[in-house]
Ligand binder design. Structure first.
Ligand code: NAP
Length: 713
């Protein structure tokens, strides 16, 4: 294997010399001294199918194609002509002639190392297609050369940063799986003779160094280095009828042991068709749950790309909560160039690329001589994890109809940041038991919502199910406390200071948390206190109503003389005692908001009101925006007749959303966080789809026509 590969690299250099010589340029020393302008010139080496992927978006971005080099003159010229730059068949000539600090190496697998070496020697930063090399030694030498020369070296794939992979990474970061012990990864490259116009490189290199790199890139990004290959095997299986056949093993199986713990069985195959049921799937199993990602190599997202199954439950799809735009190949090169331009010489993905080659080499060795084989300590060191998930997508400021949010993975970073506004996911989940005058058990639906990725729970003393929510959050497979934003509310019978604090501590105890992310007055006006409301759901309905709707002898509600200003000052004690990170108020008018802002020294972080297209509360929303207060829309879907409105149907039809999902997206578009409640799984998932969509100003204007100043429930 090793010798053959060495020969291949040499023969490629010879191929080059036949068409014009891959000569070495003299070191250009000062040329690379981070003098890149705002548009960075780059030289593409390799003008095949993958180059077509990379050039997409080139005209709009920060990179400029200054030259193209390919051993095939026709291909080089065709691509160069499209971008009005010179084409070359000789790499050294290209490096000498083209004023480009960055080489993007898009050659075939076996040529990567030689091209990168030549470019580094000529003092160019290099972004290489995967694999970075076919031999650990060669890969590591490239890294060393880059380090010695202060050059940047990056290696594809960028797929760990693609949206579905980020969403899956967030599940891990939220602790949903518990300790992860086992995984299965597939890389079914398939019959390259069937789907690739130039399959030779794949047949020579085998599936491991091509498709296998996708799961390996993701797994090493999540778990850091592989410690050893426990066992591996290769098969030379291929249909006899084919004219061309693999010269490297066409099917590879290996058990990989990560330093961080998991053992993953990897299958990489040219024999298994790429249309097999398993394509590039990855399934991880932890003590508390399992995760399925349908394609580790995907750049585009799909609503059902990720699912989670807590132990004992069916898998639930985890839809995106933000725009599902995929990732462009060029984005990573642009980001790499931007880092170079800012004076860095990044080599982190290059190091990861070296480690992946070391894993592949160790797999081959284990297959040849029997395992286990320790993975050479090149590239990543123990405990080095690239990133569990890109932080993003929680929105701390209001988005307008014109501002599209394109971040990938909603992660709660800070529960409450009073200076910069609270950071929230685009949609939350209402936990009320009440619906149409009846009580509903909500545990099953809240479980589904958590499994589907909801990260904001709207709870309240009145709902009587805080302890059930607490039990659920303590169940294996639930997200870690810090990844869920929990709202609590004292009922209006508890506005007196001592009652308020008792209500809050009682609710916290029931849920099993130390502090609410936001504690919100449920209503601005106070009613008479008739007793504590703990475990309300366990009391008889008559008793529940006596406690929550206190009546005078004549059957009217008995109010309490506690002005809003006093109640708000009492809420300050909750913050002072560390029982809530922030406070807010529900069901308030604009005038009452002004009262709160003038009272005491803690401003509301959140305001929660009934909000839907009939009652958009534009003035209140605008006032909150001005004050950096986030608005939560309760009861967003249940206004009678709303979901039958033709304008919602029409927009939904155009966007493949249901009317309810359009209402959710209308809220999200205005930076308002809706908290629909649902007991139907398809609705729970659909509302996330709505939250991931941003409507156009025109669509928002059409919805604005539904506004009804006389709306009343
Ligand atoms: N602060 C307050 O004073 C206050 C007051 C009221 C409510 N809230 C909060 O707001 C939350 C939601 O309020 P809510 O339950 O009254 O009303 P809602 O969320 O507006 O409506 C719930 C209804 O909408 C349906 N639904 C949900 N998603 C749907 C979809 N995609 N397509 C079609 N129908 C859908 C549900 O049926 P399915 O179950 O079949 O999906 C249910 O019948 C409460 O749980 C509570 O947390 C707060």
């Amino acid at each position: 294997m090793t010798d053959k590969r060495g020969l291949r690299e040499v023969s490629i250099r010879h191929c080059g010399s036949r068409t014009g010589d891959w000569r070495r340029t003299a070191c250009r020393g000062a040329y690379i001294s981070h003098t890149l302008g705002t548009t960075v010139n780059c030289l593409f080496v390799g003008a095949g199918a993958i180059a077509d992927e990379y050039v997409r978006g080139l005209s709009a971005g920060s990179l400029s194609l200054a030259g193209v080099c390919d051993l095939d003159k026709k291909r080089a010229t065709a691509l160069a002509d499209r971008y009005d730059c010179p084409g070359f068949t000789d790499l050294e000539a290209a490096l000498t002639s083209v004023d480009a600090d960055l080489v993007v190496n898009l050659t075939s697998h076996a040529a990567h190392a030689a091209v990168t070496r030549t470019a580094l020697t000529a003092d160019r930063h290099v972004y290489s297609q995967k694999p970075i090399a076919l031999e650990t030694q060669a890969a590591n030498e490239l890294l060393e050369t880059a380090r010695e020369k202060g050059l940047a070296l990056a290696c594809a794939p960028a797929t760990p940063r693609a949206p579905a992979q980020q969403r899956a990474g967030r599940l891990l970061a939220d602790g949903r799986l518990g300790p992860i012990q086992l995984g299965y990864a597939h890389a079914h490259v398939g019959r390259v003779t069937d789907w690739h116009d130039r399959p030779e490189s794949f047949l020579e290199t085998g599936p491991l160094y091509d498709g296998g790199v996708y799961p390996l890139a993701l797994l090493t990004a999540w778990f850091g280095p592989v410690k050893r290959v426990r066992v591996a095997d290769t098969l030379d299986i291929w249909p006899d009828r084919e004219d061309q056949s693999p010269t490297a093993p066409g099917h590879v199986e290996a058990m990989l042991e990560f330093t961080a713990g998991p053992i993953v069985r990897l299958t990489a195959s040219l024999y298994t068709p790429h249309r097999a049921r398993e394509f590039y799937g990855l399934e991880l199993h932890g003590d508390d749950g399992s995760l399925y990602l349908c394609d580790t190599g995907a750049m585009d997202d799909a609503a059902d790309a990720v699912s989670f199954g807590r132990v004992g439950r069916e898998y639930t799809i985890v839809p995106p909560q933000t725009s599902t735009d995929g990732r462009e190949y060029l984005t990573s090169v642009e980001q790499f160039a931007a880092r170079i331009e800012s004076g860095e010489a990044p080599r982190d993905s290059g190091r990861q690329g070296v480690h992946i080659v070391a894993i592949c080499n160790a797999i081959e060795k284990a297959a040849e001589y029997g395992g286990p084989v320790n993975v050479k300590p090149y590239g990543l060191s123990a405990g080095q994890v690239i990133t569990p998930a890109e932080p993003a997508a929680m929105e701390s400021t209001t988005t307008t109809a014109t501002a599209a949010t394109t971040t990938n993975s909603p992660t709660i970073s800070t529960p409450a940041n009073r200076d910069g506004g609270v950071t929230l996911p685009p949609v939350g989940f209402g936990c009320s038991r009440y619906r149409d005058g009846e009580y509903h058990d909500r545990v099953e639906s809240i479980t589904t919502a958590l499994d589907a990725g909801y990260r904001l729970l709207d709870s309240a003393e009145l709902y009587g199910n805080e302890h059930r929510i607490g039990e659920l959050l303590a169940t294996p497979g639930s997200p870690d406390r810090e990844s869920v934003f929990i709202i609590g509310k004292p009922w209006r019978t508890n506005h007196r200071q001592e009652n308020l604090v008792t209500a809050c501590t009682g609710s916290l105890k029931e849920i099993g948390i130390d502090a609410f992310d936001c504690y919100m007055l449920h209503w601005p006006d106070a009613w008479a206190h008739r007793g504590r409301l703990d475990r309300l759901a366990e009391k008889s309905v008559t008793r529940q109503e006596e406690l929550t709707f206190p009546e005078t002898d004549d059957g009217t509600i008995e109010t309490a003389e506690i002005p809003l200003t006093t109640a708000w000052e009492n809420m300050h004690h909750v913050v002072d005692r560390g029982l809530a990170h922030s406070i807010g108020a529900c069901n308030i008018s604009l005038a009452q908001l002004e009262t709160l802002l003038e009272t005491g020294d803690v401003d509301p972080a959140l305001v929660q009101v009934e909000r839907h297209p009939y009652q958009p509360r534009n003035q209140l929303v605008a006032a909150c925006d001005d004050q950096n207060i986030r608005v939560i829309a309760h009861s967003p879907l249940s206004a009678p007749g709303l979901l039958e409105e033709s304008v919602l149907r029409e927009i939904g039809h155009e966007r493949d959303l249901s009317p309810a999902e359009v209402v959710i997206s209308w809220n999200a578009t205005h930076g308002v966080v809706p908290i629909p409640s649902s007991t139907t799984e398809s609705h729970i998932l659909g509302n996330l789809r709505g939250a991931a969509t941003r409507l156009s100003p025109d669509e928002c204007a059409r919805i604005e026509t539904l506004k009804n100043p006389d709306f009343e429930r």
